[in-house]
Ligand binder design. Sequence first.
Ligand code: V4E
Length: 222
Amino acid sequence: MSVEVERKFVCNADTLKTLEEIGAVCLGQRQFCDQYFDTPKFDLTLKDMWLRKRKGCWELKCPTTADKAEETSGEQSKAAAMCSRYKEMTNLPEIQLRVKEVIKDVCEDSKTETSPSQEEESWMSRNNLVCVAEFTTVRRSFTLEEEGVQVDLDEADFGFHVGEIEVLLPEGGDMQSALEKIERTAGKLGLTGDKCVEGKMHAYLRRNHPEHFARLLSEHIL
Ligand code: V4E
């Protein structure tokens, strides 16, 4: 399991030029479709758990408990507040266990399925998991090698653009150093805003599930 530390930003016409000027190396462009799953009552996202399938692989993002050492003051804590931190799980049995803690299986596991895809279908239907969001993203990725930071420029097919500065940490890794790397990169990119920028799923829910979006806001999940 790893922890993704990320700061989203609004990209503009100058972002590509700035990335080049600060020595970012382009890693290429790829396209992927994300399908997010939840129960019809949104049991997972109401617990800030984000289950998705990307390129045939399951991923679950869950909140991480804040590191005490992060609780600094002044400018440092403002910079830390601009970053999200989520545990990322990619191992399906681990994901299923975590999901089971939140959603009680509706039926007992019959184990009559013959293929992995049938097992997945059965797991989804037992847990009443349905696709609540689906969109395609074109992503251009860059790396700032000296910082060990990745910068992604995303364009989603529902007309939404966002940039992300990201560091992946092993669990228990140095969060303070990750936050500092992101802060330095934000400075190099000339990012001045002090408000959290919304991501693709955030924007998708605002447009397509406004009632659930309002509930996530009122429960301080988004
Ligand atoms: C909405 C959300 C999550 C699902 C989307 O995660 P995100 O990192 O935005 O997606 P993406 O496609 O950029 O993933 P990557 O390819 O980098 O893995 S996970 C957590 N949330 C909630 C959330 C929040 N409350 N605040 C911020 C700033 N971001 C996300």
